[in-house]
Write a protein that binds this ligand. Structure first.
Ligand code: 9MR
Length: 572
């Protein structure tokens, strides 16, 4: 509420200033940012490109003493259909010395500060992982770990009801089960297996592909120092919850754990509505099987505690797979009395592929190999409902990769297509359809490039990853750095219940907001000022669940990208 008032006052001042030009004429348009750039910082050898919206004939870079260290010319104007505007590109990649600089455009009074340093992403990478801790259910966020965002525990989930849609002989409607732990999915307080699966997988992958770095990557959470790397510690908090969503009687997996309607905007500990496990679905069983199977490989051998857990994971995966085979077509259908996120999907070919791939890699059983080959389709940017490429990534990153050469060919071919789109793009971006959660598409495209780089060691992927970072950190049509707590222009009013209702002005840090899109235009009413151009259609308002919410599946690829780039990838 307090934040809303501050926001409204700020907007009124901005509107007043921009409405009265010096000659008293009223201008209708609020000034747009003239420079769009990565506000988090660059490593010395990274490609450094910004976008401008001015007619400047040249730009200058000054060092901290005010000396000119570089001068250059902007490119020609180029248009992007998604943003409905034109921009020009400036390139200051030549600058490769650590330091604090300022950028000046000819004819502009503004000077823009930016930094080049060895590890510009370290803090952000830590915050991105820590955001999962902040979204933990069923445990207090202690001041020692959460600082000013500490809060009491919410949603213990030790008394969860079996919903009519999930009832059977063993667990009739109203049966009480315990399903503790895990993360809140997003700005809401529910827990969903489909979305948890891709998220947990992605965090485990972030560990697996970057082990020596991740072994020493600590973020100050209660488990830090327990002999398990913090990325794994955090993933385990959700993995253990996921296990409780499997019915021990038949191996089926509940689609979600939820209230009937979204909780109000209250702090987690103030919420007291009844929670239910709702309908077992084939998608939940397959995503669960895939994640458990992958987890069993990652956890096996870490230490004695996780080796034990690794066996439990594989066992759970087998049971879920068997259930899915017996119930191959149970699509999630939202019961009429349930009104929370559906994560429903009508095409499960990719879920079958992912699960079969992970099962094959964990067991070597040729039956799974046959299965996965029959469900294969060409790669795509992963989302919660498009998980096939996760299977491809696992196969290609495994010791069995030589069995999948044609998949590798398709994979690199697809990533090359992304690079082609990017090369033609005014905004240097490879995503040209802005979906709900468009920022996670950018981050997941970056994830695909990381894997492509690991497979081929071709520099072009590395250069391209920088474009994804730049987009997310400010070089986009809104000028926002889309990660809370970072950048000069950063979301303040995210659709996240704790951030909205605690007494702290700043939102919980480290969250990647969903980002611009035009899928839902009236979440803040019909006259909220949202642009009709998808890449600009974003408002930093609490009500904008379609553009300004946060979600675990959006943050996980941010963790992967920033940790790997912080580790080594962008350094040389
Ligand atoms: O990320 C999901 C997006 O792809 C869907 O279009 C949208 C509407 O169904 O739901 C999004 O997921 C939300 C989920 O349903 C509930 N928790 C918040 C999620 C992020 O907005």
């Amino acid at each position: 509420m307090k934040k809303n008032l501050i926001h409204i006052a700020y907007l009124l001042i901005l509107i007043f200033i921009s409405a009265c030009s010096s000659d008293g004429k009223v201008e209708n348009q609020v000034m747009e940012d003239e420079l769009l750039f990565n506000q988090v910082g660059y490593t010395p050898h990274a490609a450094k490109k910004a976008l401008i919206r001015t007619n400047s004939g040249f730009f200058k870079v000054l060092d901290s003493d005010g000396n000119k260290v570089l001068e250059g010319k902007p490119s020609e104007w180029q248009t992007w259909e998604e943003s409905g505007d034109s921009v020009r590109s400036i390139d200051f990649s030549e600058l490769n010395k650590a330091g604090n600089y300022s950028l000046q455009l000819e004819g502009s009074k503004q000077s823009y500060a930016f930094t080049i340093s060895d590890r510009p992403l370290e803090e952000l990478a830590k915050a991105a992982l820590k955001s999962f801790y902040f979204n933990r259910t069923a445990m207090p966020i202690e001041p020692a770990f959460g600082g000013k965002w500490s809060r009491p525990a919410g949603h213990p989930d030790n008394e969860v009801y079996v919903h009519a849609s999930a009832a059977d002989q063993n667990r009739p409607e109203g049966t009480v089960i315990s399903s503790q732990g895990g993360w809140y999915d997003a700005g809401d307080y529910n827990k969903y297996i489909v979305n948890s699966s891709i998220t947990t997988y992605t965090l485990l992958l972030a560990y697996q592909i970057n082990q020596s770095y991740a072994d020493n990557f600590t973020i100050a959470i209660p488990e830090t120092g327990n002999g398990i790397p913090d990325i794994i510690n955090e993933a385990l908090y959700n993995l253990r919850w996921m296990m409780t969503m499997q019915d021990p009687n038949d191996g089926g997996v509940y689609h979600k754990l939820t209230t009937k309607r979204f909780d109000d905007f209250i702090m987690p500990h103030q919420a007291s509505k009844k929670r239910f496990v709702v309908q077992k679905s084939t998608a939940a069983a397959l995503d669960f099987a895939a994640t458990m199977s992958y987890a069993s490989r990652v956890l096996g051998g870490l230490n004695s505690e996780t080796t034990e857990l690794s066996r439990t994971c594989l066992d759970a995966a087998h049971k879920a797979w068997t259930w899915a085979k017996q119930h191959p077509d149970i699509l999630y259908e939202q019961p009429s009395d349930i009104h929370t996120g559906a994560y429903d999907d009508v095409n499960l070919k990719d879920e079958w592929f992912w699960a079969a791939s992970e099962m094959y890699l964990s067991t070597g059983d040729l039956g799974f190999l046959k299965s996965l080959n029959s469900f294969y389709s060409t790669p795509e940017v992963p989302t919660w409902k498009k998980v096939g490429t996760l299977g491809v990534i696992s196969l290609l990153s495994s010791s069995k990769s030589s069995e999948f050469e044609s998949y590798q060919f398709d994979y690199l071919n697809y990533v090359d297509k992304l690079l082609e789109i990017e090369a033609k793009s005014a905004y240097h971006t490879c995503i040209d359809t802005m979906a709900w959660g468009s920022n996670s598409d950018i981050a997941n495209a970056g994830l695909l490039k990381v894997i492509a780089y690991k497979l081929s060691e071709a520099d072009k992927y590395k250069i391209s990853i920088q474009n994804d970072l730049d987009y997310l950190f400010g070089r986009n049509a809104t000028g926002y750095c889309f990660v809370t707590g970072f950048g000069d222009k950063s979301p303040m009013n995210i659709h996240h219940r704790p951030s909205a209702t605690d007494d702290v002005v700043e939102p919980v840090p480290g969250f990647l907001i969903g980002g611009p899109n035009t899928v839902v235009m009236d979440d803040c009413g019909s006259d909220s000022g949202r642009s009709s151009f998808p890449a600009k259609s974003y408002i930093d308002a609490e009500c904008s669940f379609s553009t300004n919410e946060i979600a675990i599946n959006w943050n996980a690829p941010l963790v992967l990208l920033t940790t790997i780039c912080d580790a080594y990838d962008m350094k040389d």
